[in-house]
Design a protein around this ligand. Sequence first.
Ligand code: UDP
Ligand code: G50
Length: 468
Amino acid sequence: MSACDDLLHPHPHVALLPSAGMGHLTPFLRLATQLVHHHCNVTLITTHPIVSLSESKLITHFLAAFPQVNQVKFNLLPLDHTTANSTDPFFLHFETIRRSAHLLSPLLASLSPPLHALVCDVTLISSVIPVTESLHLPNYILFTSSAKMLSFFSYFHIHASKAGDDYPAMLGDVEIPGLPSIPRSSIPPLLLIPNNLFANIFKVDSPKVTKSNGVLINTFEGLEALSLELLNGGKVVEGMPPVIAVGPLMPCDFEKGELGNNQLKWLNEQPVGSVVYVSFGSRTVISRDQIREIGHGLIRSGCRFLWVVKDKKVDKEDEEGLEEVVGRELMESLKAKGLVVKNWVDQGEILGHKAVGGFVSHCGWNSVIEAAWHGVPILAWPQHGDQKINAEVVESSRLGMWVTSWGWGEKDMVKGDEFGERIREMMGSELLRGQATHIKEEARKALGDGGSCEMTFKRLVAEWKMKS
Ligand code: UDP
Ligand code: G50
């Protein structure tokens, strides 16, 4: 690029609009670092109030690490909760942003230099697109889940229309052209409940994906070649905009929090590949009964383990001590072989530690991608939402295994003996280890010099520049 080119087409200015929850914020901030790296001028729109403490902390760390990123605070209109059919604080926040979206117009128009594009979260699509359309501003979606889930999401309005007035009772298995059938039992459970907030957002947004200029997605060919090909070939839905694989979006230095010294010290003392890491992400609460079974199962497995326990959906409310949640007696027995914690951990660092040889995961998409990046096999235990569809990706890519008879974690109980047995199976499988290592190599290739990520970002930035 010559200096003359730079004068003609200055660095593109891109605004990013994440919504609520670490699973949505984290990939946005990782995307921001990539855009900065590719010489974009980045504005991060933060919505206020912020739901969880971990989100506030992450934003602070990110802005400290990237002083060149411009933060714009977007103060949301208060939401009358009686008019929103949900009690989930994260979903309520999605709705709060959606109902404030009209206020974005003057905010976006006032940014200087003028914007080249807005990238908004998947949960905001139909409320933000009219705003960007009226400003003649290219609109991109960051899809924070798998390409398989994107296929499901963009096809969902077609599937729902087949059930007609009998939606959701008559929703059947989902037959997306070219993809293996997705059984009804894998559909995010909230979509089967009439009129709840999440389902309403999902349904109105599904047909609007085609109105965006492109969908950025945190995945890569080596993991989801078929879904990407079908989406981009217009096979899933007609008129699909480019689906741009920007993954793997990897943990960055600004995320490095406090990997408790004792965790690191303990991991350092364990043999290579001997530890199973157990975590269900940032917002999934496991029932007390299931916690007891998990504890017994971990002991039964005979493996070493690092287990992260979560007792409340939103961290600010998580006040009870570990012993109260797990039980004193069980806690004592667990200490023989493992470490149990009840705080935010540095998952990137844990999965990258040589002692870790397996991951029991709910299959939140960020966790799956992080496991792929580090080549750690997964034992999938989907709890709710998109997690069964992501577990299908884990299973079909053989990054890990999924015991489908376990059902939904939030609803069905898994006995400790069975859990322990399956952990042993995963930790002992040469096949899974080999395939996870292969996927890791693919991930590294995608992100390496001259890899698909570099090409993709260069193309995207060039496209934005041309529009100036
Ligand atoms: N995470 C972490 N420490 C924790 C819990 C979660 O670093 O104690 C990170 C994890 O690495 C991932 C994100 O939070 O990047 C969770 O996103 P995911 O999509 O896996 O699941 P969600 O929390 O949205 O269900
Ligand atoms: C969170 C959740 C349940 C759930 C999902 C979550 C997804 C991700 C993709 O992120 O399915 C997605 C979310 C919202 C939407 C469209 C697509 O409107 O608790 O299923």
